[in-house]
Design a protein around this ligand. Sequence first.
Ligand code: HEC
Ligand code: CU
Length: 389
Amino acid sequence: MVLIGVIATAIGIPLALIIPWFPAKGSIQAGNIRTLYDVLIIATVPIFVLVETVVLFSVWKFRMRPGQEEMDGPPIHGNTRLEVVWTAVPAILIVSLCTYAYTVLRSNEANKQGAMTVNVTTRQFAFQFGYPQANGKQILSPALYLPVHQPVVFKLRSYDVVHSFFVPSFSEKIDAVPGIVTTLRVTPNALGTYPVECTELCGAGHSLMRATARVVSASAFQSWLRSQSASAAPPIGAPPPEVNQAVPGYAPGGSGASPPGSTPTGSSPAAPSSGSPSSPSSSSTGAVAGKAVFTGDAGCSGCHTLAAASATGTVGPNLDVRLRADCASAGSKSIRGATLQECIRTAITKPYAYLPSGYSAGIMPSNFGQRLTSDQIQALVNFLASAAK
Ligand code: HEC
Ligand SMILES: [Cu+2]
C-alpha cells in the first residue's frame, strides 16, 4: 500500500506541475502566485494520494464476503495517539499554508516606490485607460500600454454597473464599482501583448468588453505617450460627478473609446482633428463635432454600426441601414417626433420611447440626456441626420 502511494505521488506531482493551468506570466505578482500554486500542488497531492489509497485499500480489504451479511464489525474505540496526530498534522499544514498565502498577498498588494498611476474607467461595454499628466490633464486610450518593469497602480472607476478588470497574464483582478475607486497593483515584467477582460456579467455586451494590454520597453512607452498627447483631441464634455470628484482635473476626451476589437493603437482613427471644438472652422454643434462625440467617450460606436464614423458595433441597430427607416415608420412618428432630427434626439435621450423591431429596452444607456451636454446632443443629431442614408 505504501509503495502504491509513493508511486502515485511520484507520478501525480510532476503531472500536476506540468499541466499549464495559467497563461504566460506577465508580472511579478503572477510569478508569486504561480510559485504559491506549485507549493500547494506539492503539499496537497501526497495528502490526496494518502486518503485515496487508504480508502480504496479499505474498500477492498474489508469488503463483505458471502455469509457475512448479518455480521457486525469489531467494536474498536479510541486511539489517542492517532487522534492527536490527525488533528495536529492538518492543523500545522493549514496554518503554514495560510501564512505563506498571506505573505504572498501582502507582497503582491504592497505599494511599490515610484509607481505609475493608470486610471481605468469602465462602462457598458468598454475599458478606457487614462494616464495622468503633469499639467493635470490625462491621456486617454482604449488600449492599455505599460512600460516593462514599471510598478503600476490601477485606479478603477465605473460609469454604470459593476465591472471587473482582469488581465489573466498579470494574475490580478479587481471589480470596478460605481461610486468608489478600487485599486490594483501590478508590475509587468515581460514584454508582450495580453488580453484584458471584463469578468463581471455586466449586460448584453459583456462578452465584447475586452481590450488589449501591451507591455513595451520604457522608451517605446514614452514615445507612444508623446504621440498620444500630440494627437489627442481636447476633452469634450464633463464626466459624471462621481468620476469628477475622485480625480481632480480628470476629464474624458473625445479620442477615447473605440469599438471593442478595433485598432489598438491608442488613437481613435475616426476622431478627426478638425472635429475638435477648439478648431475655429467648426462649431461645437456641427456634424464634425457630432462625429467626435459618436466615436468618443460616449461609446456609441461600440454598439452601433455607422459607416460615416467607421463604427462597427453590433449590439444596437445598424444606423446606416435602419435609422432613417425606423424614424419614418408610422409607430415612431408620434412617439419620437415628426422630423428626422426630432426622432434622433428622442432615440438618444429617451431610448426606449420607441423600440426598433428586434431590440429590447435596457441595453442602450438611458442617461445620455444627463451625461452629454446639450451641444453634444445637438452635434450628434446633426451628425446622424447627415450620415443616415
Ligand atoms: C450599450 C450599447 C449602446 C450604446 C453605448 C449606444 N446605443 Fe444606441 N441603441 C442601442 C440599442 C440596443 C438600440 C435599440 C433599442 C433602443 O432604441 O433602445 C439603440 C438605438 C439607437 C438609435 C435608434 C436607432 C433606430 O434604428 O431606431 C439611435 C439613433 C441610437 N441608438 C444612437 C446612439 C448614440 C448617438 C449613442 C451614443 C451617444 C448610442 N446610441 C449609444 C445600443 C446602444
Ligand atoms: Cu463589464
